[in-house]
Ligand binder design. Structure first.
Ligand SMILES: C[S@@+](CC[C@H](N)C(=O)[O-])C[C@H]1O[C@@H](n2cnc3c(N)ncnc32)[C@H](O)[C@@H]1O
Length: 264
């Protein structure tokens, strides 16, 4: 198993659950699995998105695939309410050996971490039924803009993205979803942008998302410090800058992720 930007400590596992709550209203309005019965979720982590999907689509049975057994163990606890509607498979998503076929696929914040992510799109194909509905949600970190310009956050964000690249991931993979799906032979590919464009019109949302961003950034702090890319002081500087943005009368906080839908 290769190194993973966010790590697997319990605090990070809880952050994924909190993240699904904070960003849910941005991710799910378009996602449509109506009429689907069996969904394959790749890179399902601790089941944070699985929980939302199970509640939104009561007809769905979901197979969660992750290559971390500790994520799947936590997912099993988080999804206990769903009983046998959920199954867990511990595999590398690039070399899948599955026992069933699926009419729907959901992948969120996972391809960004997987070296040669195109292999995942090829690996799932043999298990997809005709007219399978696929939904992807992935980062496009180059879209991040904030005002005022602050050096602590700028430095931290650059190193955060550099670390992800050095681990074989792609912090801008959202922008490539169209090409990746096209090359893998998928059809009816549509791309959508989601995210936030916050300022002092709504200080409550600005505060909420800058606090969320702090936790997202901090999830890589151990790896960044171990890689000698930043110091503990740089973590504090990043946090202070995010607090300063939330207070600034001319604050702007802008970020777009990319969603894609496709069929086989
Ligand atoms: C940021 S988490 C996202 C989890 C979940 N999709 C969510 O939105 O809460 C990414 C997950 O992808 C998993 N992952 C990374 N590389 C993988 C691979 N090659 N095969 C399967 N899972 C992988 C990690 O273990 C981690 O649980």
């Amino acid at each position: 198993m290769s190194a993973y930007l966010h790590g697997y400590i319990p605090e990070e596992q809880q952050r994924l659950m909190d993240q699904a709550g904070v960003l849910g209203s941005l991710i799910y309005p378009r996602v449509d699995f109506s009429g689907c019965k069996k969904l394959l979720e790749v890179g399902s982590g601790v089941g944070a998105q699985t929980e939302v999907l199970l509640r939104l689509f009561p007809e769905l049975e979901i197979t969660c695939v992750d290559y971390s057994q500790s994520q799947l163990d936590r997912a099993r606890q988080n999804l206990a309410f769903a009983g046998d509607r959920v199954k867990f498979v511990c595999q590398d998503a690039r070399i899948l050996q599955l026992e069933e076929n699926y009419d729907s696929v959901f992948i969120c914040w996972a391809l960004e971490h997987i070296p040669e992510a195109s292999q995942v799109l090829v690996a799932i194909k043999p298990y997809l039924l005709p007219e399978t509905k696929l939904w992807f949600t992935e980062v496009f970190n180059a879209s991040f803009y904030f005002h005022p310009p602050l050096p602590g956050l700028t430095k931290y964000y650059k190193n955060y993205n550099d670390l992800q690249v050095s681990l074989g991931g792609n912090p801008d993979i959202g922008a490539n979803l169209g090409n990746l799906l096209n090359s893998a032979g998928y059809n009816q590919i549509e791309l959508f942008r989601g995210g936030f464009h916050l300022d002092q019109r709504n200080p409550g949302d600005l505060h909420k998302i800058t606090q969320y961003w702090k936790e997202l950034m901090k999830s890589a702090a151990t790896g960044l410090i171990e890689a000698a890319l930043i110091s503990a002081e740089d973590v504090s500087a990043m946090e202070n800058d995010l607090d300063a943005i939330a207070q600034d009368e001319d604050a702007v906080f802008f970020y777009h992720f990319v969603q894609a839908s496709a069929t086989v």
